[in-house]
Design a protein around this ligand. Structure first.
Ligand SMILES: [Fe+2]
Ligand SMILES: [Fe+2]
Length: 179
């Protein structure tokens, strides 16, 4: 991260803090979705819950890694930077759906899909910056986590699609259990 941070350390810390705020929110979202699905007696919901637990733990690892990187650059992961603040405002709508009112599987998957699309774009931006700055180590670390995010997105997307095949087209298709 050193080479990337050489350009403008406070902006790099701001971007890492942005992802950190998002990953913290992701853990809360996954915890709530898992709890709601486990409490339901819906076999479509129970089919996907094991994979969601794997994804939740990866969000947790991302969160811990980002906090460590911010500290290594001399930043404070407890500080809400400008971009972290933006993320908190943006994610309010998704948290409103998932943490509060809704228990229906289609709504929960809809919210998770919106979160994963944004998260993928965020990690992709970090990777592009590290690449442009020629920071090979940062690139390796960002790419590893972007790949995990791509799997999250694929799984949630697949679950949404299968659910729509069932509910809209009346097809008898299985819910996915893994990516
Ligand atoms: Fe994430
Ligand atoms: Fe994710």
């Amino acid at each position: 991260m050193r080479k990337l941070a050489e350009h403008d350390k406070s902006r790099v810390i701001d971007l890492l803090s942005e992802r950190l705020a998002f990953e913290r929110s992701s853990v809360r979202l996954y915890d709530a979705v898992i709890e709601k699905l486990e409490a339901s007696n819906d076999e479509r919901a129970l089919a996907i819950v094991d994979e969601l637990r794997v994804q939740r733990d990866q969000e947790q690892e991302h969160q811990e890694w980002l906090a460590e990187e911010i500290r290594a650059l001399g930043g404070d992961p407890r500080v809400t930077t400008e971009l972290a603040e933006l993320v908190l405002r943006e994610t309010k709508g998704i948290e409103d759906v998932i943490l509060d009112g809704d228990d229906q599987l289609p709504h929960l998957l809809h919210g998770l899909l919106a979160a994963e699309l944004t998260d993928n774009a965020g990690w992709d931006l970090l990777l592009a910056l590290a690449d442009e700055a020629g920071d090979r180590e940062a690139k390796r670390q960002f790419r590893k986590r972007l790949r995990e995010e791509q799997e999250h997105l694929s799984f949630v997307h697949l679950a949404m699609t299968r659910l729509a095949f069932r509910t809209v087209l009346g097809e008898d298709v299985e819910m996915p259990t893994t990516v």
